[in-house]
Design a protein around this ligand. Structure first.
Ligand SMILES: [Zn+2]
Length: 336
C-alpha cells in the first residue's frame, strides 16, 4: 500500500525529512546473512522504505533459529532463509522491491551479487566472508555496516573506506579456524542480537540519507545493558586499505566449501553451475532414500545424511565429518 502518509512518523524527524525519505526510496541495500542480525536489520530497512532490498543467505531455516531470528515461523523450517525472508518482508511493504538470493557469497559470486548495490549490511557469522565483503565494498566505494553478536555481547562498525578504518584495520590477522567461540558453543542472548541488528539498520539509514560514518566501533553489553564507543584509526600497514591487497576477492577455487556456523553442515558450491532439474533429481534419488521438495529446494535423506539441493547446483550437506566427505557425498548423489 502506497500513500503519502506511510512514512510520516519518520519524515517528521529533522534527521530524515522528505529529502532523506527520497534518498532511502532510491537506495539499494544488500543484507548478507539473514540470521538474527539480518532478520532485524532487513525488517527495519523495508519498513523504512529503502527502495530495493536484496536478501542473501545460503542456509535454510532450522527450529533452533527461531529463538532469535524474528523473520521466521515454524512453517518456514527447512525452506531457504532468503525465500522465507522475502515472502515475509514483501508482505510488510509491497512498495519495496524485495529480492531473494539463496546463494553462497564467495570470491566467485560476490561481484555479481553486489553489482548494483549502494550499501551492504553484514549479517554473516564468519570472518572470511566479512573480509571478502570488506574488500568488495572498498573496491566499489560503498558502505559496509559490520555487526556481530555472541553470548550477551555485540559490536557494530559502519565502514566506508578510505574515510574510516576498514574491517581489516580492525582485525589485521584472521585467527585460525576453530579458535573463536561460535553461537553454538557460547550461545546467544536474543535481546543483544536484536539490538545489534537495529543499530546496524540505524547506521545504514544515517549513511544513506547523507551522514558520514563516525568511524567508531560500538560495543554493546546486552545484559546490563550498556554501549561503549571506541574510535578506530586506519592502519597504514593494513593489508586491504593500506597495501591494497585483495586476498579474499582474489581467491580462485573450482569448488567452494564452507562450514555453517557451529553445525555439522557444509555448504558446497560447484561454481561452474547451471540449473538443476530438482524434480528429476528427486525421482532418481527416491530409490536410495527419501526425497521431497520444500519451496525452492530438494530435501534428500540418504545414508544418515541430509542434502538440501538448490536449483543452481549448490547443496547443504548435513551429517558429514569434513569437506572431503562432503565432496564425496555431493559427487555420489548430485554429481559434478
Ligand atoms: Zn584497513
Amino acid at each position: 500500500m502506497a500513500g503519502p502518509d506511510r512514512y510520516r512518523r519518520q519524515t517528521v524527524l529533522p534527521e530524515i525529512g522528505a529529502k532523506g525519505q527520497r534518498a532511502l526510496g532510491s537506495s539499494r541495500v544488500a543484507i548478507v546473512g539473514l540470521g538474527a542480525l539480518g532478520s532485524v536489520s532487513s525488517d527495519l530497512l523495508v519498513r523504512a522504505g529503502v527502495g530495493r532490498v536484496r536478501l542473501v543467505d545460503r542456509d535454510v531455516v532450522e527450529l533452533v533459529n527461531l529463538q532469535r531470528q524474528t523473520l521466521y515461523s515454524e512453517a518456514d523450517v527447512e525452506t531457504p532463509k532468503a525465500e522465507a525472508a522475502a515472502r515475509r518482508l514483501q508482505s510488510v511493504n509491497a512498495a519495496v522491491r524485495v529480492e531473494a538470493v539463496p546463494r553462497d557469497v564467495h570470491s566467485g559470486t560476490v561481484r555479481e551479487i553486489l553489482a548494483d548495490i549502494d550499501a551492504i549490511i553484514d549479517g554473516t557469522d564468519n570472518l572470511e566472508t566479512r573480509f571478502l565483503l570488506n574488500e568488495a565494498a572498498m573496491d566499489r566505494g560503498i558502505p559496509l555496516v559490520y555487526g556481530g553478536a555472541i553470548a550477551t555481547y555485540g559490536m557494530v562498525f559502519a565502514i566506508r573506506s578510505p574515510e574510516t578504518a576498514c574491517f581489516r584495520c580492525f582485525n589485521p590477522n584472521a585467527p585460525p579456524p576453530g579458535s573463536l567461540p561460535t553461537c553454538e558453543t557460547a550461545g546467544i542472548f536474543n535481546a543483544v542480537s536484536a539490538e545489534v541488528g537495529a543499530i546496524q539498520a540505524g547506521e545504514a539509514i544515517r549513511v544513506l540519507v547523507g551522514q558520514a560514518p563516525s568511524g567508531d566501533l560500538l560495543v554493546i553489553d546486552g545484559w546490563r545493558p550498556e554501549i561503549q564507543r571506541i574510535h578506530l584509526a586506519r592502519r597504514r600497514d593494513c593489508a586491504a586499505c593500506g597495501r591494497g591487497e585483495r586476498e579474499y576477492l582474489g581467491a580462485r577455487r573450482s569448488q567452494v566449501l564452507a562450514s555453517i556456523c557451529g553445525s555439522d553442515t557444509i555448504s558446497l558450491d560447484p561454481i561452474r553451475s547451471g540449473t538443476i532439474d530438482l524434480d528429476g533429481l528427486g525421482r532418481r534419488l527416491e530409490a536410495l532414500g527419501s526425497a521431497r521438495r520444500a519451496g525452492g529446494v530438494l530435501l534428500v535423506d540418504v545414508e544418515g545424511r541430509r542434502l538440501t539441493v538448490f536449483a543452481d547446483g549448490r547443496a547443504l550437506i548435513r551429517g558429514v565429518k569434513d569437506e572431503t566427505e562432503a565432496r564425496a557425498v555431493y559427487a555420489k548423489y548430485v554429481g559434478i
